[in-house]
Design a protein around this ligand. Structure first.
Ligand SMILES: [Mg+2]
Length: 345
């Protein structure tokens, strides 16, 4: 097998603000893995500094990860490849996920089936994706929500976690009275705040609240789960497989992401572990290129909630494949993840 990688900076459409901060571009590292027959699998890393990764750290570990892939004779031995990647670097999940996505794309291109077919899934069973309304002035958030609903999105994920949460939430609800609304506080609240806010959030018809308190406060998460009015989804508190049983009595839902857990197969293991613990499952993403979100789109039929709108937040993407128009995930009817470079004019 032959491999290479390329660093890209993708512009976000406007600024993307959550409780932790703002950004206007996304650093991406695209990975390509090719075989002797000339087929090429594509994946990408969307490193998140919150989890200790940057484009620099991804580029630093990729040569070793790709050496390990090149040393494998059989490109279909995906389980062995993913295990080997974990042996090379324990952390660096976005770098490992990029390679995992690329080898899964290559393997299923060789097999001549879309990735979801390889997992035995029915693409029509994928839940609709939510559309993210990032933190902004209440009026701007309301306008964003109204636009999203007009474009067909029926599920909104509203980012909260600053001083004017209630004002912002009421503005969004006013602009989108019929939408399903989920709230993501990205660790911003104390347990007491989260419990109090869950009451008026429930009155505003919010479905659940994601990561209300810091991941470093597992007892606080449990308290919000037990005493709050809304179901709790664990995101920053649920990163890798051992976190699933650890949050099972502190949340109703876990938000799994390839960039957190480090691989396509690891993500499916986490789905099954979550089910065994009676948890519902959301599949999420970072602000990402379709080059990496594509793989998650193929796994979406396995889960209950989908938050795979990361590429919709970009002003420009270098890759195309699955589409998300109006919230409906559609994967291309071609082998692999269906990803290919956007044709430039
Ligand atoms: Mg989240």
């Amino acid at each position: 097998m032959n491999t290479d990688f390329e660093r890209l900076t993708l512009p976000i459409d406007g600024d993307f603000t959550i409780s932790r901060g703002s950004k206007s571009t996304v650093e991406t590292v695209v990975v390509r893995v090719g075989d002797e027959a000339g087929q090429t699998g594509v994946g990408a890393a969307a490193p998140d500094p919150h989890y200790g990764e940057t484009a620099d750290t991804v580029c630093a570990v990729l040569p070793d990860l790709l050496d390990a892939v090149e040393a494998v004779d059989d490109p279909l031995s995906l389980d062995a490849i993913e295990r080997r990647l974990r042996g090379v670097v324990r952390d660096n999940p976005a770098a490992r996920a990029a390679v995992s996505i690329a080898v899964h794309d290559l393997a299923t291109r060789r097999l001549g089936v879309p990735l979801y077919r390889y997992f035995g899934l029915d693409a029509d069973r994928a839940p609709a994706t939510s559309y993210t309304v990032a933190i902004d002035d209440p009026e701007a958030m309301a306008a964003k929500a109204a636009d999203a609903v007009a474009e067909g999105y029926s599920i909104l994920k509203v980012k909260l976690g600053t001083d004017r949460d209630r004002e912002r939430m009421e503005a969004v609800r006013g602009a989108a009275p019929d939408a399903t609304v989920r709230v993501d506080a990205n660790e911003a609240w104390t347990p007491g705040e989260a419990i109090a806010k869950s009451e008026w959030l429930a009155d505003l018809g919010v479905e659940f609240v994601e990561q209300p308190v810091p991941a470093e406060n597992p007892a606080g998460l449990k308290r919000v789960h037990e005493r709050g009015t809304l179901p709790v989804a664990a995101d920053e508190s649920c990163v890798t497989l051992p976190d699933v049983p650890a949050v099972a009595d502190s949340a109703e839902i876990v938000n799994l992401k390839l960039m957190k857990c480090g691989g396509v197969r690891e993500a499916t293991r986490m789905v099954h572990a979550a089910r065994a613990h009676g948890l519902e499952v959301m599949l999420g993403c970072m602000v990402e290129s379709t080059a990496s979100i594509a793989a998650a789109c193929h796994l979406a039929p396995l889960v209950d909630y989908v938050d795979l709108d990361g590429a919709l937040l970009l002003a420009e993407d270098a890759y195309e494949g699955p589409t998300y128009a109006g919230g409906t995930l559609t994967v291309p009817d071609r082998p692999g993840t269906g990803v290919r470079p956007v044709e430039s004019d």
